[in-house]
Design a protein around this ligand. Structure first.
Ligand code: GMT
Length: 375
């Protein structure tokens, strides 16, 4: 198949999944064209059958907000024509599904371009709910030939809040390359991150308010009271200063490392003993899956799609949003008990392999594409 893929190219789960999907499909013989305003951050070096088309934007002084959705529609239309695309796969509905709809309309009878849209999270649960986006989001996802959601939770939210018939949405979970995300990576940075042999507690996100990163610091302070440990914060975003301040207030700042954004997060995660994800909401929680594959038990919140990823008591612990005392107690219990830590680490990796590996999930997309192309 010849497939166009559009995603946000910046750090974030939807861009990561879209890129890994494109690369895996190319390895399986498909021709993949990424179409976005910048090269997706995980695209890396040259790969056979993988192409990147940058969306050209005219910078005109009249445009305080340049109309990216239109420029993307033009890029999709051009790429579909020049490269005979069978379908375009849009990751994150806003504005990508609307741009794809426009591109398909522009093609008219020239060729039939199928559109698959994958819903990732806030396109449905937050941004898409806003009155300025709700109707166009609903229209464009209903106009897509195929619609997937990364969890049953997200499917149910879409059915409820956008009145989309349940049978229009296929749940295809996010997935992970088990060879890339693993516990035994070399070089391991453990000596640099925890020089006195402390346990390593880790959090990775975009540090936006939905991630509740002050709760990460507070929960960590409670863990550190009971177990010698260090907190490694990977990523960056608006709440970083508040989290740093919280660490100072709690007197744990010497044991909290803010590493900023990183390309090779898997190298850091393979050193983690425990992963904290106290989000207010997650439609899936890709970072939790990455941690499980790297053998780190996950202490997270019982919200959204997280219970579909983390098995409470088996691969980690799930607590209520804001229950930092509970998270501290659960985290310390795991880190103090070597047998429990080893059991949860092994169970997490096994679950990632059994339910969310590339080999398991990418064929689900291929069969779904076949269904859509045959419809
Ligand atoms: O929805 C967002 O705000 C961003 C998006 C992203 O690009 O990372 O995150 C969502 O998609 C991820 C990949 O499917 C999921 O793992 C995240 O749980 C989801 N974020 C939220 O639901 C808050």
């Amino acid at each position: 198949m010849k497939i166009g893929i559009t995603c946000y190219p910046t750090y974030g789960g939807s861009g990561a999944v879209a890129t890994e999907l494109g690369l895996a499909l190319a390895e399986r013989g498909h021709e993949i064209h990424f179409i976005s305003y910048d090269q997706p951050f995980r695209l890396g070096s040259f790969k056979e059958r993988v192409f990147f088309h940058e969306v050209e934007m005219e910078d005109y002084p009249l445009f305080e907000h340049p109309p990216y959705a239109l420029a993307l529609a033009v890029a999709l239309h051009d790429t579909a024509r020049k490269h005979d695309l069978d379908l375009v796969h849009m990751h994150y509905a806003i504005p990508h599904a609307a741009s794809a709809y426009l591109a398909r309309q522009m093609l008219g009878n020239e060729r039939r371009l199928r559109i698959v849209t994958t819903l990732h999270g806030t396109d449905i649960t937050l941004v898409g709910l806003h009155p300025s986006f709700h109707s166009i989001t609903r229209f464009s996802i209903l106009e897509s030939d195929g619609l997937t959601a990364v969890s049953s939770y997200l499917k149910d939210e879409t059915v409820r809040d956008f009145s989309v018939p349940a049978d229009r949405i296929e749940v295809i979970p996010n997935f992970i390359d088990m060879g890339m995300w693993r516990p035994d990576r070399e070089p391991c940075h453990r000596a640099a991150l925890a020089p006195r042999g402390e346990k390593i507690v880790m959090h990775i996100s975009n540090f936006r308010s939905v991630k509740r990163i002050e709760d990460v610091v507070t929960a960590f302070a409670g863990i550190r009271d009971k177990v010698p440990s260090r907190l490694v914060m990977v990523g960056d975003g608006p709440d970083r200063p508040r989290a740093a301040q919280r660490a100072e207030e709690l007197g744990v700042d010497e044991d909290v490392l803010f590493l900023g954004k990183h390309q090779s997060v898997e190298e850091l995660l393979s050193c983690a003993d425990l992963f904290l994800l106290p989000s207010a909401n997650e439609s899936f929680g890709l970072a939790a899956l990455e941690a499980m594959a790297c053998g780190a038990p996950v202490v997270a919140t019982r919200v959204g799609g997280l219970p579909e990823v983390v098995d409470d008591g088996v691969t980690g612990r799930l607590l209520d949003v804001g229950d930092v005392a509970g998270m501290s107690a659960a985290g310390a219990d795991i880190l103090r008990d070597d047998a429990l830590l080893a059991r949860m680490a092994a169970a997490g990796r096994a679950a990632a392999h059994a339910r969310f590996s590339t080999e398991k999930v990418v064929p689900m997309y291929e069969s779904y594409y076949d269904r859509i192309l045959g419809s």
